[in-house]
Design a protein around this ligand. Sequence first.
Ligand code: BES
Ligand code: ZN
Length: 626
Amino acid sequence: MHTSRFSALILIAFTLYACHSPNNKKTEKTMEINDTHTYAKPNDAVITHLDLNIQIDFNQHQISGTASYQIDHKSKGKEIIFDTRDMDILDVVLDDGTKATWTLGDADEFMGKSLSISIKPLTKSLSITYKTHPEAAGLQWLDPQQTAGKKHPFLFTQSEAILARTWIPIQDSPGIRFSYNAKVQVPKGLLALMSASNPQKINTDGEYNFVMKQPIPAYLMALAVGNIVFRPEGLRTGVYAEPEIIDKAAWEFAEMEDMLTTAEKLYGPYRWERYDLIVLPPSFPFGGMENPRLTFATPTVIAGDRSLTALVAHELAHSWSGNLVTNANWNDFWLNEGFTVYFERRITEALKGKTYAEMLAQLGYQDLVAETKRLTQEEKAADTHLKLQLDGRDPDDGMTDIAYEKGYALLRHIEKSIGREKWDAFLKNYFNTNAFQSMTTEAFLDYTEDNLIKGNDSLRKVLNMKQWIYEAGIPDDIDIPHSDVFEKVEQNISDWQNGKALGELPTGNWTSHEWQHFLRKMPDTLTLQEMQQLDEIFHFSKSGNSEIVALWLELAIKHDYETAYPVLDSFLVNVGRRKFLIPLYTALIKTEKGKKMAMDIYRKARPNYHSVSYNSVDELLGWKAE
Ligand code: BES
Ligand code: ZN
């Protein structure tokens, strides 16, 4: 790591002395004002509005155009600083019509280059003309054969955490918000969509106009272009997808409108007007991304039985936790994801009942235990703190299941300690009071002091938040989700292991989550014959449920069940969702035979993967360009 990376950054830390304890013992808190993952100095000059005017060139794999900004020039100083990466800056013009002088800083692998623009004391806006590089990490350009329809190309962006700067020169910090308008020119016959007000039909000239009037941070900037059609779900909700899959997609996500009204009943009005979802091609590296007004989703949640739609509840929940009250800093990532998992499970509980929601919570707890164990073994125990320390690192590195599941567990522990009614009232207030603002972990702690703990020493002790947030591992006071249904699944596994025929197990009404639990709890000692039997009776290799196939393929690798290898091959070549790729490649490289298979498959699969996924797999496999 270069030390020069931070030479331009000032980390202002100041210490607050709060006297919440009745014995007047002062609590010391350090608050980071600056985000070390941006070059911007928002206290000097900050963007407030973006007018984006871009052309999308599928032949060159290039976005080009101008990003015009209104700025708040607080310091009346000499410059404003933007973040850029994988792009060329062509020209910068100030509002008085003069060309500005500008300089690019040294390139950092993940921070990119700072763009310092000389401005005048009275400068209120400026325009940056730029073009992106074909390998821009936040863009994935798909050839027609990588789409469902195979006839048209497709483009989608992924800006979180710090990739917005690879397709727009921008102040790329979650603590900097701006509204935006955009004009996007795409090839005729394609539709463009953004995290903004959206068209519902392809037009003839390929020019689309967008408005996002609520201020958002850069990581929520998003664009998708392709042969896309729209299908309404409810009054405020609908689904976009390629025409080949729109019927299946519209059926799968039919609960969207109910989820939206349920969420509002819990934590207050939805502030973004419409809530739509686009199903992307299978190379999308995540399950979902909470782009405001338009969730981006993987097609691997289309299981045909609506069993994986908690993902929609999750991305919708971000419309409050994350998009409304936003982590100020990537070190506070748990404020986005932990709150969202909690909210997601509350929506799911309200719609599908406690038994169902507790299955999901138990699966999440298993993930938490596994992730904590992995990080501890890899001597990364500090990454099991809720409050992360990502300075000088690629934020993508430290974003693990901890933020999600330990974050969830903390909020569940608070709920259990103070009661649901009080906790819900607190949360509703929290979202309202802090709407469209950023939040640090320390400000959250202060907020709980003022609005929940209110000097109650014994409550503070029971909540034990400092340990949860600043210490490693899983605190003893965790409320472990319990599922009777899963206990029955385990009973069935042991009945089978004790001689009962597989076909006799009462699996007829099992939900896909019971099947997930079943596969996760398979004994290490499975024989090839048992693998065969399992497949013959339960048809795991042919399952249309990606979560089940992925778990099954992991078992197949572990027990060298070769029959499933063709399925493994095509799964890894077609699906680019990182959460599935990592466990499968990890299992493969444990043996020499598997390692060879991994390399052979990866050679074919890598061109299909998004940079987020191939960067992770490259590292895992020690891949070098051939
Ligand atoms: N915001 C995340 C995706 C993300 C996280 C992108 C960090 C880049 C950096 C999104 O809301 C998310 O959490 N997606 C999950 C699905 C969810 C159901 C847990 C995913 O993609 O697996
Ligand atoms: Zn999330």
